[in-house]
Design a protein around this ligand. Structure first.
Ligand code: ZN
Length: 304
């Protein structure tokens, strides 16, 4: 395990990706959760999404949340934007890191935004320019990178080509999202390997779901390839939009629990993250899928 990265950067996506896929919760509870997460040592938090409230009611209070959170100096807060209008809204509110999404699957992209992947990439090129002109960075998230609910497997070449177009248009980082939980370690190696060969110097983030139980195995495969930037969601907040009741995002505390034991630093205080997961569970009012939240860390001692 000696050539694993010494440390990884974790982006906590529970407040945005997680809560967007749960029943709406009060603004105050969101702010409280983000503030709580800010104190765990995590260095990045995807806080909100600036979308039309009619499109995603869960994010209707993005302005209030963005205004209301107490910013920790050690944390970078980002926002997801659906289009140029959302990007301008975010940039007007002082967001310095935005994320734009495109699906590698044409069918999925059309179902989501009624445009082809190519058309979305055209739009994103403008979003990237706007962000750069205003001193912000723009990450491009390529979703359905390991499979599409409508098309099944998405060819690696198509995913790399989609990402490559965003890179050519100036994306500051590429994220591959396993939107449907179809990734396995072998498929992680295939895609990361192909992307690295084509774009060895481009920053890469990976976003895994644990829908089929391979979430942390995929992280391990990626670590062994030297990937050091991962998304995770406190408590495993956020279900799978394509399989009601199924698990979505990998849980942050499970990621921290595994990699720290392998000597890979995250900067995150595991106990604090488990407490935040318990909070998230209270806020959401349903049992979250995180197993580390249930069982505690492996070193937990029971009074004999
Ligand atoms: Zn997700």
């Amino acid at each position: 395990m000696s050539d694993l990265p010494e440390r990884i950067s974790v982006r906590e996506v529970g407040p945005r990706d997680g809560l967007q896929n749960e029943d709406p919760v009060p603004t105050e509870a969101k702010i409280e959760l983000i503030d709580r997460l800010s104190a765990t040592g995590v260095q990045r938090i995807e806080a909100v999404s600036f979308v039309r409230p009619e499109a995603i009611p869960q994010m209707a209070d993005a302005d209030e949340v963005w205004r209301g959170i107490e910013r920790a100096p050690s944390v970078r807060y980002s926002a997801l934007v659906p289009n140029l209008r959302g990007a301008r809204r975010a940039l007007d509110r002082g967001v310095t890191e935005i994320e734009a999404v495109v699906s590698a699957s044409d069918t999925h992209n059309r179902k989501n935004v009624n445009r082809s992947t190519g058309e979305s990439l055209d739009d994103i090129a403008v979003v990237i320019d706007e962000a750069h002109q205003r001193g912000a960075t723009c990450q491009v998230i390529v979703s359905t990178a390991w499979g599409c609910p409508y098309e099944g497997d998405v060819p690696v070449e198509r995913v790399v080509r989609t990402a490559g177009r965003a890179v050519a248009d100036g994306a500051d980082c590429i994220s591959f999202g396993d939107t449907t939980g179809m990734a396995t370690p072998r498929r992680v190696r295939d895609l990361v390997g192909a992307f690295r060969s084509a774009h060895p110097d481009v920053a890469l983030n990976l976003h895994f779901h644990n829908t089929r139980g391979t979430g942390l195995a995929n992280v391990l495969a990626a670590l062994e390839l030297g990937v050091w930037d991962f998304d995770a969601s406190v408590g495993g907040l956020g279900g799978c939009p394509y399989a009601p009741g199924a698990t979505g995002n990998i849980a942050t505390e499970e990621l921290v629990h595994m990699v720290e034991d392998m000597g890979v630093a995250t900067g995150i205080d595991l106990a604090a993250m488990i407490d935040a997961a318990a909070d998230a569970e209270r806020i959401i009012g349903r049992r979250l899928p995180s197993q580390v939240l249930r069982a505690g860390p492996r070193t937990r001692i029971i009074q004999a």
